[in-house]
Design a binder for this molecule. Structure first.
Ligand SMILES: Cc1cc2nc3c(=O)[nH]c(=O)nc-3n(C[C@H](O)[C@H](O)[C@H](O)COP(=O)(O)OP(=O)(O)OC[C@H]3O[C@@H](n4cnc5c(N)ncnc54)[C@H](O)[C@@H]3O)c2cc1C
Length: 327
């Protein structure tokens, strides 16, 4: 590969997000022998530097925003374009969040390059081209895609790999990058910003390793779904029926018109497995389904299918997990 792999850092309270750690691991794998570079939009503190060093980062690029907000997609894209010019990376990895995908789309137009989002895996071919795996057509096909010219902009979903620190941590060099923002990028002033946290101390849905999902079969009572989620340290998700009924917030909706997830474990309770829902969850590594109807379509893709009433099965599962832990 020509040039290092660059990773756009996502952070929570100054610490690297879990998907960012995965991207840094992948960045080392796709460009062996080259220290990955990172780009931090905002003020990178001491904690960030030591964490980036633990993943072997060589250079951290910090664009100078001045009075312009890094939280405006156009401004973030212009800052990244300036970093790409300085760092000349072969590939820029970003986690596939709504915000990052918007930034990447604007950046791709500016750079005249290609952007691929929602990848679930990466490999490099003999010519050094980064190829990503992604499901398409509502999850019915798995495709392998590559950007064939310029700096490849590649978005990966959480859990694309296991994060792995390097044996000997580096001390990243911080390089500030001057940016001349266009008037339109500076025109928006962000007056306040509040990070939305998942309720009940649960992990964020797109990043969670385990997700417990409730559908119409819950008949509006999510307490058993939430109980099992809490025993497992999981996020709570829902079908569109459940969110449209107002049983749970719309941000919990998984599927074609909701969030796309790729957790290690998906547990669906009272979920039929309609095509619009499947497209958002079938990249899960292991799928468990609880449904009273043995002909429910979700059993076609389930690794473990339980034909039964969720009101019986979920409390038993929660109780057994607690018993195994000696609680
Ligand atoms: C354009 C478009 C976009 C859409 N986008 C989305 C999307 O993003 N996400 C999404 O989820 N849907 C989406 N939908 C809706 C989707 O087509 C389905 O209607 C929806 O996913 C079904 O939700 P469900 O599985 O909860 O309900 P149902 O299909 O009604 O299934 C309920 C299941 O629960 C089982 N059940 C009932 N009682 C129990 C019990 N006590 N214990 C165990 N099992 C029980 C039943 O056997 C049944 O299989 C979209 C639809 C359209 C047209």
């Amino acid at each position: 590969m020509n040039g290092p792999a660059l990773v756009l850092v996502d952070q929570h309270d100054g610490a690297l997000s879990s998907p960012t750690r995965e991207l840094l691991t992948i960045a080392r794998e796709v460009a062996p022998g080259q220290a990955p570079a990172a780009v931090w939009l905002g003020d990178a503190g001491e904690l960030a530097m030591s964490e980036l060093g633990a993943f072997g980062v060589g250079t951290v690029y910090v664009p100078e925003f001045g009075g312009t907000s890094p939280f405006v997609a156009a401004a973030a894209a212009e800052a990244l374009a300036a970093v790409v010019e300085v760092a000349a990376p072969s590939v820029l990895f970003f986690s596939s969040t709504f915000e990052n995908k918007e930034i990447a789309a604007v950046l791709a137009v500016r750079l005249g390059t290609g952007v691929l989002a929602d990848g679930t895996g990466v490999r490099v071919d003999a010519a050094g081209t980064v190829i990503i795996e992604k499901t398409v057509f509502a999850g019915t096909w798995t495709s392998w895609c590559a950007v064939t010219g310029g700096t490849a902009l590649i978005g990966l979903k959480a859990h694309a790999t296991e994060p792995q620190e390097v044996a000997a941590a580096t001390r990243p060099v911080v390089e500030t990058v001057a940016v001349s923002f266009t008037p339109s990028a500076s025109a928006v002033r962000v007056v306040e910003r509040t990070e939305r946290h998942a309720g009940g101390g649960r992990p964020e849905l797109p990043e969670a390793r385990i997700v417990v999902v409730g559908g119409r079969g819950t008949e509006g009572d999510f307490s058993l779904v939430e109980e099992l989620a809490d025993v497992l340290g999981a996020a709570v998700g829902a079908t569109r029926v459940a969110t449209d009924e107002g049983w749970i917030d719309h941000s919990a909706q998984i599927g074609q018109t909701g969030v796309t997830i790729a957790p290690k474990l998906y547990i669906g309770a009272g979920v039929s497995g309609a095509i619009h829902h499947r497209s958002g969850m079938q990249a899960a590594e292991t799928i468990v389904a609880v449904n009273t109807d043995s002909d429910a379509p979700i059993f076609e893709l389930a690794d473990l299918g339980i034909v039964g009433d969720l009101n019986d099965v979920l409390p038993q599962a929660s109780a057994e997990l607690r018993r195994l832990r000696g609680e």
